[in-house]
Design a protein around this ligand. Structure first.
Ligand code: ADP
Ligand code: MG
Ligand code: ZN
Length: 486
């Protein structure tokens, strides 16, 4: 709870669909091409050019709608939203009207215990998801004097997913956005590239006194294109609104922009200055009708969803929800983990390595899993040696893993070459234990006198004496036996 206030947040997320062609014409939907090289009379808005709806975009909207368990509207209509901007050649954007292709739906996210009071998942409802077209891109920074317009993006299909005001903290907003990002990438409907704007969001936020029912006046923060910006912008905005109310001033309903360089939101336009978009139904497009067979085909083609996969991992590998969610951070990371779990035969230790040594290496090197030098097969060999208790876990982490990364060969060969195989020879272990017990008469007497907590100290001494190569489980067993003898 922030100074006795509760935040109410709802996100509008724009998802650029990965269709082959644009929303209403045959131009390629692609980024990075020469400016204005993918344009035609339709997306340039030339008089007399007529739009044709992209069936692939409709299929992608159905996919999302089904994945979030929304209702697919059998009929929805397109509208014209009029405004003037240089990167909008037609002078209007085609979007959907009061009835959208997807109605309702929901996403489950881990709730923020700091504001919910309890730990556990919360369900965030969706209001709707509708199809629309993107605008072109303006470049104001090419030579400092002129503005340039690139219309390759004009007419690229967007799916706008409007969430209900069910989020209660910046953390929840960011978790929701991450879950949605994972979902659209897993569904194959979006490339998920946030830096390039393929997945961007407007965040609506208001605050109210804890316990109040009514919502406060909301502020919309436009165009946030990273999870961190969403959190930062919302933190800042909640602070700002709380300050206003505490100072006896009203919060104005307005649109603000996030300035990442100064870490502030800035007013863009107030409600009084709100645009009148003069919406009216698009006369050049028939209503969009979806028949049950199309819905069933889309349902049959749904892949395993990130939430389902996370639950499967929790069940099959005994992972915690947080761990599973971190492992699912990107499709590539998830795929690597899945391969490692299968090849090593242990989901638990695969998870531990992914969240431990592998993540650390990626962070240190500033790379993604795509650039990780070891194949899942190569790493799995190391994990199998540990599982088979041929190799001590400590040795695997401290010595073999770095050697693998350095390209010194397969795990088994390195172990053999360096003579680092685990000692599971009971005789050798007993001999070391006898030595260590003899060297530590004080602690031994105390343990025999009931001070169990000192056992860990002895185990540490024994492992050290064995140069980290002893089988820790055998050491524990053997030590217990040795201590039980008078
Ligand atoms: P508009 O059409 O003007 O954008 P909507 O009613 O469709 O307005 O709401 C847009 C977004 O604002 C939704 O994501 C919704 O969850 C969110 N929202 C609505 N009211 C509030 C509020 N009081 N505080 C925070 N978010 C809100
Ligand atoms: Mg809006
Ligand atoms: Zn075109």
């Amino acid at each position: 709870m922030h100074r006795g206030f509760e935040a109410v947040i709802g996100l509008e997320v724009h998802v650029q669909l990965r269709t082959r062609s644009k929303m209403f014409c045959a131009c390629r939907n692609t980024s990075g091409a020469a400016p204005n090289s993918h344009t035609c009379p339709v997306c340039l808005g030339l008089p007399g050019a007529l739009p044709t709806l992209n069936a692939e975009a409709v299929r992608m909207a159905l996919t999302l709608g089904l994945a979030v368990e929304g209702r697919i509207q059998p009929q929805s209509t397109f509208y014209r939203k009029q405004y003037f901007y240089p990167d909008l050649p037609k002078g209007y954007q085609i979007t959907q009207g009061p009835v959208a292709i997807v109605d309702g739906g929901h996403m489950d996210i881990p709730g923020d215990p700091r504001v919910r009071g309890v730990q556990g998942p919360v369900r965030i409802r969706l209001e709707r998801a509708h199809l629309e077209e993107d605008a072109g891109k303006s470049h104001h920074d090419m030579d400092g004097r002129t503005s340039h317009v690139d219309l390759n993006r004009a007419g690229v299909p967007l799916l706008e997913i409007v969430g209900a005001p069910d989020l209660r903290s910046p953390q929840e907003a960011s978790d929701y956005l991450k879950a949605l990002h994972r979902l659209v990438v897993a569904l194959g409907i979006c490339d998920g590239n946030m830096e390039e704007g393929s997945f961007r969001c407007d965040a609506n936020v208001s605050i109210r006194r804890a316990g109040d029912e009514a919502f406060g006046a909301r502020v919309e923060v436009k165009n946030l294109n990273s999870f961190r910006f969403v959190r930062q912008a919302l933190d800042h905005e909640i602070d700002r609104q709380a300050g206003l109310i505490e100072g006896g001033e009203p919060v104005r309903m307005e649109t603000r922009g996030w300035d990442a360089t100064v870490g502030e939101t800035r007013s863009q336009r107030t409600k009084e200055a709100a645009m009148d978009y003069r919406y009216f139904p698009e006369p050049d497009l028939p209503p969009l009708t979806v028949d049950p067979a199309e819905i069933e085909a889309a349902r049959a083609a749904l892949p395993e969803l990130p939430d389902q996969r996370i639950h499967r991992w929790c069940e099959a590998y005994g992972l915690g929800m947080d761990e599973a969610q971190t492992l699912a951070q990107s499709p590539a990371f998830a795929a690597y983990f899945e391969a490692l779990a299968q090849l090593s035969g242990s989901g638990r230790s695969a998870a531990a390595w992914m969240l431990g040594e592998v993540s650390r290496t990626l962070n240190d090197r500033g790379i993604g899993i795509e650039a990780f030098p070891l194949t899942p097969e190569a790493l799995a060999e190391l994990l199998r040696l540990v599982e088979a208790r041929t190799l001590a876990l400590g040795t695997a982490k401290d010595q073999i893993f770095p050697a693998l990364l350095a390209g010194e060969g397969p795990a088994e060969a390195i172990v053999a070459r360096k003579g680092l195989a685990q000692v599971s020879d009971r005789g050798a272990i007993d001999a070391l234990i006898t030595q260590v017990l003899a060297a530590n008469p004080g602690p031994v007497a105390q343990i025999r006198g009931g001070k169990e907590s000192l056992k860990g100290f002895l185990v540490g001494q024994i492992l050290k004496a064995g140069q980290g190569r002893l089988d820790a489980r055998l050491v524990n067993e053997a030590l217990a036996e040795a201590l039980a003898k008078p």
